[in-house]
Design a binder for this molecule. Structure first.
Ligand code: HEM
Ligand code: HEM
Length: 226
């Protein structure tokens, strides 16, 4: 009679998110509500300052998605639609977390959120409201175009809000149904993974700093030169 051995998988803490990705994430979580409150509360200058900060953060994130750490790279987390649907099929299945970065479905959601945020931040540059609060590039467009862009800027915020609610709800499903805590790794950078998992390569913090300085310089030029 064949003996069945019960294998225990050894789990070890592994760094999956670098500091730049975590800082980027928690900064946008704070800045998005503040950008809404500032413009609605009558502080357009604060709104614009937050907007330029968001532009710098987003430009940084795009560069980091191309040249940064493994788990930050678009080429790594944008998998085939088939892989995404396969992952979604098991979303309520209780199983240990073996994913090193964004999962196959989450990767597409992340890309969508980044695109929506880019559209939001860059449309703000051309927007104007009825109190003549305007972005620095609005003066280069005619009235009809400014109106259209301002509509996009206002409507897209609702889409971002809906995407963020869905994002948090899905993370709740992972936590309470699938029993996988994705929030802790986004805070600490570390996840417990099977010991045999290949550790992702983390890019140099100096490279991150260089990209951040370049991104901030572009945002500052937009804020001051036009
Ligand atoms: C991701 C960053 C941004 C977010 C989340 C955001 C969000 C918003 C929201 C919610 C409104 C109110 C829309 C409404 O009336 O319903 C608004 C208006 C406005 N924002 Fe932004 N914004 C961002 C970036 C920017 C930037 C970079 C600028 C320009 C420097 C800007 C300039 C304006 C202007 C001029 C308005 C008034 C015109 C309008 O209502 O469309 N925003 N923004
Ligand atoms: C304004 C609301 C939010 C927006 C726009 C947002 C956006 C994002 C984006 C763009 C990423 C990808 C990070 C990257 O690769 O750079 C991400 C990941 C993540 N977010 Fe959020 N987020 C929001 C709120 C939250 C909240 C409130 C939580 C916690 C409950 C959260 C938890 C996470 C986690 C755990 C991940 C990593 C998911 C994974 O393991 O693949 N987010 N979020």
């Amino acid at each position: 009679m064949a003996l069945r051995s019960r294998q225990t998988v050894v789990m070890l803490p592994m760094r999956v998110w670098d500091l730049p990705v975590r800082l980027f994430h928690w900064l946008i979580v704070v800045l998005i509500p503040l950008s809404y409150l500032s413009i609605k509360g009558g502080f357009p200058d604060v709104h614009k300052a937050i907007g330029f900060t968001m532009i710098a953060l987003l430009l940084f994130r795009v560069a980091w998605g191309l040249f940064g750490s493994d788990t930050a790279r678009f080429a790594r987390f944008l998998r085939s639609p088939g892989a995404a649907f396969h992952h979604l099929g098991a979303i309520t299945k209780r199983e240990p977390d073996t994913v090193t970065g964004h999962n196959a479905a989450g990767g597409w959601m992340v890309a969508l959120m980044l695109l929506l945020l880019l559209l939001q931040a860059f449309s703000g540059l051309f927007a104007r409201n009825r109190h003549n609060v305007e972005g620095p590039l609005a003066k280069y467009l005619d009235d009809a175009a400014v109106q259209a862009v301002s509509f996009v800027h206002a409507a897209n915020f609702k889409v971002i809000f809906a995407a963020a609610v869905l994002h948090v709800a899905v993370i709740g499903v992972y936590l309470f149904v699938k029993k996988q805590n994705l929030i802790r790794p986004m805070l600490t950078g570390k996840k417990r993974l099977p010991a045999a998992t290949r550790a992702p390569r983390m890019a140099s913090p100096l490279l991150a700093l260089l990209f951040l300085i370049l991104a901030a310089a572009i945002a500052a030029a937009l804020a001051t030169q036009f």
